[in-house]
Design a protein around this ligand. Structure first.
Ligand code: SF4
Ligand code: SF4
Length: 382
């Protein structure tokens, strides 16, 4: 498996230009050699929630459209291509159908006659992970011959970034995801679990949609921004190394990458010569806004004799979710997803009981009204 990363520039999602670019990317990745009439293919977009494409929360449907067109050119049969993701929160067939439709995936699947997966049936898979020995995954993530992940270039308030590895969390059915937050409240343990998951799903190829990406407090509430790139490759960790570079952050500072680096699955940065394609686009994005939760390390600002206090201060100052009641519409999604059951809805407004909060930020991810802020305390709330 090549660890190289391919980057292509695209101004927008206009199909006449995007299609040849996607064809070029899939040929570069050798996907044509993996496809026959009998091959079953999983396409796993990022469908975090019911969100229109211009919000940059989900993979743009134009990318999915072009990937399916090219797979059919390679010989894949529409009935053997399955588009599947499991959104966060409480999901059933009807919720998933609504999510697929709003994200623009339903129209693409109908156009091409491919299968849209609305089941949430889990299949148990044994694994030799560091944190997890068995995952329950949606069925296409286990049984398809070729798995192509279509991720989104976004920030993430808990993990810093949401790229190739994090996209695979959607192969865990519905609220089973919340169980992992309960089981691994420590961020580093959770991200080691994510690496276990990546090693279990083992996607054959990943494309990250960063034409319209997101900075700020992603993955659901950040700022949509045109980064005008697609990144692709066979090794999810190496693609995420490239994303880290473009976000202007050393990979070791993002806990998923830290876990991968410590487990020798990735180097500490993308080696020279490992980026191909439109390499002039491989640069730190000017003015990129990191999530507010990013890095609470302020020890270099504390006088030396008080450094012993920094772990205590960090515990106190760590970012927390805070409801903006003016924006809250009382939809209850945060209450339903909270793995700690620490959110109540009173008089149509959400309220967090902070003593049980594990700062997983699932509530922030799922809020459709951007009514949950990420707050640091006192002078650090900048
Ligand atoms: S209140 Fe939000 S951040 Fe805290 S445990 Fe619940 S979902 Fe996670
Ligand atoms: S905070 Fe957001 S998710 Fe929670 S009830 Fe209010 S609008 Fe809904």
């Amino acid at each position: 498996m090549s660890d190289k990363v391919y980057i292509r520039h695209r101004e927008d999602y206009a199909l006449e230009d995007l299609l040849p670019t996607i064809r070029d990317i899939l040929l570069w990745g050798g996907i044509d050699k993996k496809i026959s009439r009998q091959t079953t293919v999983l396409l796993k977009p990022n469908m975090l929630s019911r969100s229109a494409p211009d919000k940059a929360v989900t993979t743009n449907p134009a990318v999915l459209d072009c990937v399916i067109t090219v797979l059919k050119e390679f010989g894949a049969q529409p009935q053997n291509i399955t588009v599947a993701d499991s959104s966060g929160g409480t999901v059933n067939r009807s919720v998933l159908r609504g999510n697929y439709k709003t994200c623009g995936f339903t129209a693409v699947c109908e156009k091409h006659g491919v299968v849209l997966y609305t089941d949430q049936k889990g299949v148990f898979v044994k694994t030799d992970g560091k944190m997890v020995k068995e995952f329950e995954l949606i069925e296409p993530a286990v049984n398809c011959d070729v798995k192509i992940s279509l991720a989104k270039f976004k920030t993430h308030v808990m993990t810093g970034m949401s790229g190739a590895v994090k996209n695979l969390f959607g192969t865990v059915p519905g609220l089973k995801k919340a169980e992992f937050h309960m089981r691994f409240p420590d961020k580093d343990n959770f991200c080691n679990m994510m690496v276990d998951l990546c090693e279990t799903v083992k996607p054959d190829f990943t494309i990250i949609d960063g034409i319209l990406g997101m900075d700020g407090d992603g993955p659901g509430g950040g700022n949509p921004k045109m980064f005008k790139v697609l990144l692709a490759g066979a090794n999810p960790y190496y693609i995420d190394l490239a994303v880290c570079h473009m976000m202007g952050t050393p990979p070791i500072e993002f806990p998923i990458m830290r876990a991968a680096i410590e487990r020798s699955l990735a180097p500490s940065e993308l080696p020279d010569g490992y980026i191909e394609g439109d390499t002039e686009d491989y640069r730190v994005i000017e003015g990129f806004i990191k999530p507010k939760s990013y890095n609470v390390d302020f020890s270099d600002q504390v006088p030396y004799i008080f450094r012993w206090m920094t772990p205590i201060l960090e515990k106190f100052l760590v970012p927390r979710p805070k409801i903006n009641t003016d924006k809250c519409i009382g939809c209850e999604r945060c209450r339903d997803i909270c793995p700690q059951n620490t959110i109540a809805i009173t008089n149509g407004k959400a309220r967090i009981d902070p003593k049980n909060c594990i700062r997983c930020f699932c509530c922030h991810e799922m809020c459709p009204a951007k009514a949950i802020d990420v707050k640091k305390r006192g002078v650090f709330n900048i």
